[in-house]
Design a protein. Sequence first.
Length: 357
Amino acid sequence: MDAPVFEEIEPASDCDCPGCRHWRRVLPHSPDGRAPAHPAARRALIVAAATAATAASALGAGQAAAAPAAAHAPHRPGVSAGDEPDTPQGVRAPLYGPPGRPAAPPAGAELAAITRTEIIARAQTWVTAKVPYSTSAYWPDGYRQDCSGYVSMAWKLPTNEWTGSLGTFADRITKADLLPGDILLFHNAADPQNGSHVVVFGGWTDDAHTTYTAYEQTPPHTRKQSTPYAYWSNSATYLPYRYKGLTGGTAGTAVAAGGAPAATAPASPAATAPASHGVAGYPGRAMFRPGADNPYVTRLGRRLVERGFGTYYTSGPGPRWGEADRRGVEAFQRAQGWRGGAADGYPGPETWRRLFS
């Protein structure tokens, strides 16, 4: 039996994400002038053709043909959270459980605390699986198969976010603060379809900090590769962020959605000897957010007093984070010569290292 002839049909694509713009430049245009489709779609057509040809051959030999495997999870409609504009990475949406049944978290759901090691390990799972890029399909773990869904997965967020909302789950940091598990985010608020993108920072690849390992979801599938800082295009518009629920403690503990601990911290800082971000004794940013109440706040306050930055306290340092703590930390940061977001009054790993050195 002659194998059937297949024609590759390229649906029009007007996606303007960095990956699609790249493929439009390098892939040949169809004779009728249509733009090439996402490479994932092209690959699926080629695989389907090859599978059908193999099946025809097998049937000719009197054997049953195996059905081709699905390229990715079924498409499910995104659930808009409100007034977000159309974006190349999709709108906010719940996680998905069994096909067709959204597994949205209940009101007031907590953000899971997570370590840097866990973030990178989760990011690697999609790299290994070569998850196809899609703005409407969801991988079996419940996350949308685009750049912002990928970061939502890596950070273990309770929902699928988009580039316009990921920043609310994180703190702005500087280039000097970047460590594996942080992200580089470009949200073009004026025109979200033009360039908006986000990648997971995997660590510097050179001593001059000009290139880094980027984990990203981009056509045709998830990739991990050395990338110039901050990105291949629109470099100046990518901003570094750090997840509020980052922890150096045991995986699986939780913090409130606003970033404050959901449970009281250990009674003695020395008992657990945290080393978040590679800094001994530093428990993570989640311990120093509005509403936080734990021994680390007291320890920080006492050190500020010892170093001469405790003038904002009226009754001495205590376990509940307050404006006096924040202003004391800000004064210390400014004394280091830092300005702007680097002197926001919230102790990051470098602030902690210098304060306790």
